[in-house]
Design a protein around this ligand. Sequence first.
Ligand code: PMP
Length: 377
Amino acid sequence: MFRLKLRDELGIIKRNGLYRFLRKKDRNILDFSSNDYLCLSKHPEVIEAVKEGLKYGLGSTGSRLTSGNINHEILEERLADFKETERALVYPTGYSTNVGVISSLCKKGDLILSDRLNHASIIDGCRLSRADVEVYEHCNIESLVDILEKKGRRYNNIFIVTDGVFSMDGDIAPLRDIKKVAEEYNGVVIVDDAHGTGVLGGGRGTLKHFNIKPSDNIIQIGTLSKAFGGLGGFVCGIEEVVEYLINTSRSFIYSTALPPPVVSGVLRSLELIEEGYLTKMLQENIRSTNRIFKRYNLIKEDNLTPIYPIILGKRTMEISEYLIKNGIFAPGIRYPSVPKGLERIRVSINVEHREEDFERLCNLLNKFGQTNNSIST
Ligand code: PMP
């Protein structure tokens, strides 16, 4: 009976053209799908560090509060220095960081203001919290202030939550303005900088990009799975925030700590990011991509991040398949990951891409006759 019910529901998903399936990437394919922006996941020094970390064993064997606290605190100290905050705390993934931080800090009687295009893990964190949640229009300060004017005075605490760099559009949150609004309403800003860390501000992230000094009322979240090339998530902020999370954040307390070899590996990634040259190389590649994509009318304005949404609408999956057949992996992204009508190929570039790779991609897309960042659907 249950099997049949699920089959029915899967049938509906299929009929709506939204069926997802797992695909294994051909190792030799030209890859525009990965979040490994600095190619650290395979960096020889990172691999060496992982091997070194194996001396602690494969797994951490328990939660951080039981047997699992091994080499994690060294990483946390270094992350806090890197983000110029008092403390940092590492979680098993970026997803569990957002869920664990938001659901722990935001409570009944509080108001969360969340950008319409925030990542799913932020949305889930908001849902798990007992706070009221209001969604403001994407990167729209007027919409944010409007909600605050109408409702903001009734709550104990106000939290404004936003991606630093938006994962599906590659655009950057207007953090200076958001910080100013937060100050006016005595609120706290939570920035998920999963895609900004290692990429913007010389690698230090979106706050640095805007020259915003970390303060008591800003909490930064990051992931170790993208520019760091590993796995894990982290939160940076004041001492009291981190101590509070250690005591109350369920996805921190009740989940096994990161494997020690991963911690050793991402620690080496952090050192390499701090040297700065990889982020510089990535920024150079972003400039090359801008130049080439503009020539092919794929973008109108320069990107500052390695995420390029090529909006294709209904033909997205067809074109993505066509690219795969021609040796290029650039995943199609559909509803509900992006709004209906804005289905897209998400091209993400990294430090190892060459100009000829961008030309190859553009030549193939060109066969579909795109103009101005939208291929006729
Ligand atoms: N936040 C954002 C903006 C993301 O794009 C992602 C990953 N897709 C996450 C959080 C979750 O990070 P992780 O993959 O480390 O769980």
